[in-house]
Write a protein that binds this ligand. Structure first.
Ligand code: FE2
Length: 303
């Protein structure tokens, strides 16, 4: 019998300070396409799904409005909803077609208060988005701030059927969905809920470097330049968008559904964050970090 579990990261909805300024970034730099506008809310897509990103005006503090997680079948979504009911955890569920472009949703907060929506069957567009310079396979992962990483790990395992891929000490736990990418959600010990970053997945180095060129051309600060992560093995870079940090990286490890593996407990040192820094002493690493900070600051000043 198949055990119900979440399939993939679907979308990230954010409350933003200036919707039009954000649309400019998401369309020109990330090259997503506006799929719908409804009042002040803007839906953007990079594939056949109706949306990967949703922007809405911040009525108060900007930040994560909702993280959308796709469940492959209605039967699995119902089974997961039943899990919440059996555990006495309150959720909101209903038909999301009219205002969210999904057939059915189940909404709740994770233990730190991050708003999550599990959904089945988002609207599929009839035609692909117009061609762009940087191919993106998917919106691959987010990292969410947590007050208690261990409690969050148990929650995502028990209710969503996610699996722990690796841990970086007690600070970060990487968890994967059924689609197998090393992490669909990273849980970071930040002391509070919130969106740390969104990662998009180009297929290869060429697309990643073209993304980097676009980011630099738009004078968007690169906050961590080309690096290779120890846990997932992905190669990419990070930049500071108007709403959140955006990562582009390719080559992440992918777990098979029936693959036997043991999550590693990795150290929280610089080489785990970037294996390319192997062999550099502390003095050289300090210089490297200072250079990256200066580059990011000069891009911010120029922009
Ligand atoms: Fe990441």
């Amino acid at each position: 019998m198949t055990i119900a579990r979440a399939d993939r990261l679907g979308y990230v909805a954010m409350r933003v300070e200036d919707v039009e300024r954000s649309v400019e970034f998401w369309t020109k730099v990330v090259q997503l396409e506006v799929s719908d506008r409804e009042g002040d809310r803007v839906y953007l897509r990079g594939g056949m799904q109706h949306h990967w990103i949703v922007l809405e005006p911040a009525d108060g503090a900007p930040g994560l409005a909702r993280l959308g997680v796709e469940v492959a079948s209605r039967a699995e979504l119902d089974a997961i909803e039943q899990r919440f009911a059996d555990a006495g955890v309150a959720v909101e569920s209903g038909d999301g077609f009219a205002d969210g472009y999904v057939d059915r949703f189940v909404r709740f907060n994770d233990p730190s208060g991050n708003p999550i929506e599990l959904y089945h069957d988002m609207v599929t567009m009839a035609v692909p988005p117009k061609p762009v310079n940087v191919e993106l396979w998917d919106v691959q992962h987010v990292v969410l701030g947590q007050t208690d990483v261990k409690a969050a790990e148990e929650f995502y395992t028990d209710f969503l059927g996610m699996r722990v891929s690796d841990r970086m000490g007690r600070r970060v736990t990487f968890m994967h969905f059924r689609n197998g990418w090393h992490h669909g959600i990273g849980l970071g010990s930040t002391g509070r809920a919130g969106l740390n970053h969104i990662c998009f997945q180009p297929p290869d180095l060429d697309n990643t470097m073209r993304a980097r060129a676009r980011v630099m051309h738009a004078k968007i600060p690169i906050t961590r330049d080309l690096l290779k992560h120890g846990p997932s093995g992905s190669v990419g870079f990070y930049c500071q968008g108007p709403d959140t940090v955006v990562e582009f990286s390719f080559g992440a490890r992918r777990f098979g559904e029936d693959e036997a593996f043991k999550p590693r407990l990795l150290p929280t040192n610089r080489e785990t964050g970037d294996v390319y820094q192997t062999g550099l002493g502390d003095a050289e690493l300090d210089i490297l970090q200072q250079l990256q900070r200066e580059n990011a600051e000069s891009a911010t000043a120029a922009g």
